[in-house]
Write a protein that binds this ligand. Structure first.
Ligand SMILES: [Zn+2]
Length: 117
């Protein structure tokens, strides 16, 4: 269960935010997930709902945005989107391609209600 580990990690960050900013409740959580993070959005949402139960994030909506896989050619320096896991530069045909995006999973933003001062 890869997703439950990710959700547990995500909640560590959420808890820090809640403590630091005095959040009363969370209505929406936006995540960015790379194409290579190997995450199943349905499973991630289900895990999120389970972990969120009884916390300030209970009932919050989870929004998942997929980040495409991108690379940079070491030969000519071109930046491009990697389609179908083809690690070949479309400009010069070189095979020395460095991955620049698509592996990440991070918390993009939270929509929250603050505690009254
Ligand atoms: Zn190239």
């Amino acid at each position: 269960m890869h997703e439950i580990t990710l959700v547990t990690g995500l909640f560590e960050i959420i808890k820090e935010q809640v403590a630091a900013r005095g959040i009363e409740s969370i209505s929406k959580v936006r995540l960015k997930v790379g194409a290579l993070a190997a995450v199943e959005p349905m499973t991630l949402t289900a895990c999120f709902e389970v972990v969120a139960e009884g916390t300030v994030a209970e009932g919050a909506q989870l929004e998942i945005e997929e980040v495409p896989l991108t690379g940079r050619c070491r030969g000519c320096g071109a930046d491009f989107r990697i389609e179908k896991f083809s690690f070949i530069c479309p400009c010069c045909g070189g095979g020395a391609v460095e991955m620049t995006g698509g592996r990440e999973l991070y918390l993009e933003s939270l929509e929250a209600k603050m505690k009254p001062l």
